[in-house]
Design a protein around this ligand. Structure first.
Ligand code: ZN
Length: 518
């Protein structure tokens, strides 16, 4: 084959010209122009032309008589090469393009000469040719489709199209996204403030305003805008575009851990059914309790009663079961907010940790911390393997989507899950390296939280009490017959069993363990 290619004089060529009937062919020369140029090309390279062929039909759909006759003749061996203006003269549909590639594969065509495209019959050459055939097909695609594809490509490369969120700037020179050093620290602070769970979104908005982050009309960011900011995954390095998630190629300004914490607070503080405004004040204990009889959520209601005789208006705050369980006809009565608050306060108090014990535990932790360097290495290797496994899964997922084994929705959903998981692992690896023992930090946090409980329980901030109740009980807090009951999760359970904290033992080794079995 190589000798033939290097010695094209020994070959016979068809010269094929096709008229420009399509609008998109404006740049192509007229038939006469094409013929003149192609004859020159043949002369210059010393090629033998057996016949000149001129087609008048478009190449968009298969079935051009002259083109087909030419390929038939090539199959019979009358010639083994074609001279033409550009691949798009030969084929603009996959059938004709495929037939040409097939003739090259079987050796019937050993050379293609184009005025504006260089081809050689190597695997790379065939690949380029097939690209060119299909590109010709795409040529008819609308501009908007091309633009969309470009944007999607941009997203795939990790740069979000369009304007970046607050805290970032679009660098117009190289189209990259850079951190806005003036604004970003305040955004970080906003996340940190809100993650503690003891302030309202409104406070975050006024904090941002105090740092000059306001709307174009010189007003504080609206609550929903601020909430959108606090739920924007862009800040930890993952963004959505066109319904799909992408891993950003810019520097995240907050950790996924902090982001997750904020999402948890948002979930707790604003149950999906709670929309607070002037007419509908927040019911602080919404969404934290479930009915002990039927398992449905306990929800709050404020009712105002007007007493004619005394001209008095009294608002009653109470909570009741939503009774949405269709299988159980729930008989539970309602409870006043005061009663509920009193009970929750008493229950919370059981989960407080004495300062003296907290200090002893912190001392032990310090000792433990210094022994941990060795084991963190193994953990990180394991996590790295998990990240690699996710990468493989992501690849398989994309393949399944492209092969149309799964639909777009499933693809996007699964991708979000995997990317989110990957981010968590990657962050844990970094944190493990930093902290040498990932449980120590949360454990310290827990100790400090546990010492705060008493203060919180005494306070009048009902929403803060709810945040702590959620931390301690998760979703296992029940109301039945006007009585609240719940068992603290994890470390909290040990604390309740022994309020002195005496039996909370930091055992030698990797994880803290709880000796309590009474
Ligand atoms: Zn119920």
């Amino acid at each position: 084959m190589a000798t033939i290619v290097n010695n094209p004089i020994a070959q016979k060529f068809f010269l094929y010209a096709r008229k420009s009937t399509d609008v998109e062919d404006m740049q192509v020369q007229s038939i006469e122009g094409q013929l003149d140029e192609l004859r020159l090309l043949a002369k210059r390279e010393g090629l033998t032309i057996v016949e000149e062929l001129v087609e008048k039909q478009s190449a968009k759909i298969p079935g051009r008589p002259i083109f087909n006759k030419m390929l038939d003749s090539i199959e019979k061996g009358r010639a083994s090469g074609i001279i033409s203006w550009h691949p798009d003269r030969l084929a603009r549909n996959s059938v004709d393009g495929g037939r040409i590639i097939y003739l090259i594969d079987t050796g019937k065509i050993s050379a293609l000469k184009f005025n504006t495209f260089w081809f050689e019959p190597t695997p790379q050459g065939k690949f380029m040719l097939s690209i060119s055939f299909s590109q010709s097909k795409y040529y008819v695609d609308s501009l908007s489709e091309n633009t969309r594809r470009g944007l999607r490509q941009k997203a795939r490369n990790g740069f979000m199209p369009g304007r970046s969120p607050l805290g970032y700037l679009n660098d117009s020179r190289d189209k990259s996204i850079v951190i806005n050093k003036k604004v970003a620290p305040h955004i970080i602070k906003a996340f940190e403030m809100y993650s503690k769970g003891d302030i309202q979104i409104k406070k975050v908005s006024s904090f941002l305003a105090s740092k000059g982050i306001i709307t174009s009309k010189n007003k504080n960011l609206r609550i929903d805008k601020t909430k959108k900011l606090l739920t924007n995954s862009f800040y930890y390095g993952v963004f959505k575009y066109g319904g799909e998630v992408y891993e950003g190629r810019y520097d995240p300004i907050i950790s996924k851990k902090l982001f997750d914490k904020v999402q948890e607070v948002i979930k707790i503080r604003n149950g999906p059914w709670v929309k607070a405004d002037q007419d509908h004040p927040i019911k602080p204990y919404n969404g934290i309790l479930r009915c002990g009889e039927c398992g449905m959520m306990i929800t709050g209601d404020y009712k105002t009663k007007f007493y004619k005789g005394t001209n008095r208006e009294v608002t009653y705050h109470y909570y009741h079961c939503t009774k949405k369980n269709k299988l159980i006809s729930c008989s539970q009565p309602h409870i006043t907010e005061d009663d509920l608050d009193q009970q929750l306060t008493n229950i919370l108090k059981k989960y407080s940790l004495k300062k003296t014990w907290a200090n002893q535990m912190l001392l032990r932790l310090k000792k433990e911390e210094s022994d941990l360097a060795k084991s963190s290495l193994e953990v990180n290797n394991l996590k790295r393997q998990q990240v690699e496994a996710i990468d493989i899964k992501l690849k398989l997922l994309l393949d399944s989507y492209l092969d149309q084994i799964i639909d777009k929705e499933t693809f996007q959903e699964s991708k979000l899950q995997l990317v989110s998981q990957k981010k968590t692992f990657e962050e844990q690896i970094i944190n493990n390296k930093k902290h040498q023992g990932s449980w120590i930090e949360p454990f310290k946090n827990w100790i400090s939280e546990a010492t705060e409980v008493e203060q919180v329980a005494k306070s009048a901030d009902l929403q803060l009490k709810k945040v702590f109740a959620a931390k301690i009980f998760g979703s296992d807090l029940f109301l039945e017959n006007k009585t609240v009951r719940g068992d603290g999760r994890n470390a909290w359970s040990a604390l309740c069993a022994d309020p002195t904290g005496r039996c909370l033992v930091v055992r030698e080794g990797f994880e803290p363990s709880w000796c309590c079995h009474h």
